[in-house]
Design a protein around this ligand. Structure first.
Ligand code: ATP
Length: 256
């Protein structure tokens, strides 16, 4: 069975998309079969992998709406071992329609059922709200990773997300596990960032610390992650480390 991981934070601009893309590439480069799911109507992940959202006829909207389209028809190949279900702006209006459906929290879970055995990892890039889409991602995930900036408001925002996660675990998905946080856009020269990082480490499992570097934005024009564009960059090293950690944890879970 696939391990489904949601990358979630109700805050925008905390590097959810960048983390999803780079960890996904890191896992694929280790020979794992990976499906990325863009669950944000801004389609940043879709654009980041070099796909024009409106060029794709069957996307996440078709996976979630009532047309009963086969999920396998909505998957695009990025390269060997790395696939994606893309998003478009139409997801914003579908979100409203989802609210009126029965079992609205399990729409994604049910839709993914036929392909759960086909991938080692499914990574879901959540939108920057605690919306029905994020709840759908958390309701089908085995684990959640919380990318967060090292500033005070982001740090405080995690508590809110943790409450939602506890509620989902209690009511909908008991197997949901908080895998940890990733400290993103970390400014090494700022004492505030250092203090917040220490606070994060004392409270949560910090899976990685990703520095704020201009190289994070370089591959975006040609659809490449930092891991592909500059594999020896500090950002790549950190994301590859997180990918390795996920592979190891998964292996240990399967063995035990
Ligand atoms: N390590 C980094 N150093 C510098 N810039 C970064 C880094 N990581 C991400 N960025 C940039 O920060 C911006 C926000 O990143 P990203 O789109 O991944 O965040 P997000 O949480 O998915 O945002 P949203 O939820 O609002 O779509 C982007 O311009 C991205 O290129």
């Amino acid at each position: 069975m696939s391990t489904i991981i949601a990358l979630a934070n109700q805050k925008g601009g905390v590097a959810k998309t960048t983390s999803t893309h780079n960890i996904g590439v890191g896992l694929a480069e280790q020979g794992k079969k990976v499906l990325l799911i863009d669950l944000d109507s801004q389609a940043s992940l879709t654009i980041s992998v070099g796909i024009e959202p409106l060029d794709i006829e069957k996307n996440i909207v078709n996976v979630l709406d009532k047309t009963k389209c086969e999920v396998s028809e909505c998957i695009q190949k990025i390269r060997e071992n790395l696939h994606i279900i893309t998003s478009t702006i139409d997801l914003a209006s579908l979100e409203m329609e989802m609210l009126s459906r029965a079992s609205r929290e399990k729409i994604l879970d049910r839709a993914l059922e036929p392909i759960k055995g086909e991938y080692d990892f499914i990574l879901v890039d959540c939108p920057p709200q605690l919306s029905i889409l994020t709840i759908n991602a958390l309701s089908c995930a085995d684990g959640v990773i919380i990318p967060t900036k090292t500033d005070y408001l982001s740090y405080r925002g995690i508590e809110l997300l943790m409450d939602t996660i506890s509620e989902i675990r209690e009511l909908i998905n008991p197997r949901l596990e908080v895998l940890g946080t990733i400290a993103t856009l970390y400014n090494m020269r700022s004492n505030d960032d250092k203090d917040i990082l220490n606070g994060l480490k004392s409270k949560y499992n910090v899976m990685g610390v990703v520095k704020m570097l201009v190289s994070a934005k370089k591959g975006i024009y040609d659809g490449l992650s930092v891991v592909e564009k500059e594999p020896n960059n500090d950002i790549s090293i950190e994301y590859i480390k997180i990918a390795d950690m996920l592979i190891k944890e998964n292996y240990e879970r399967e063995v035990s």
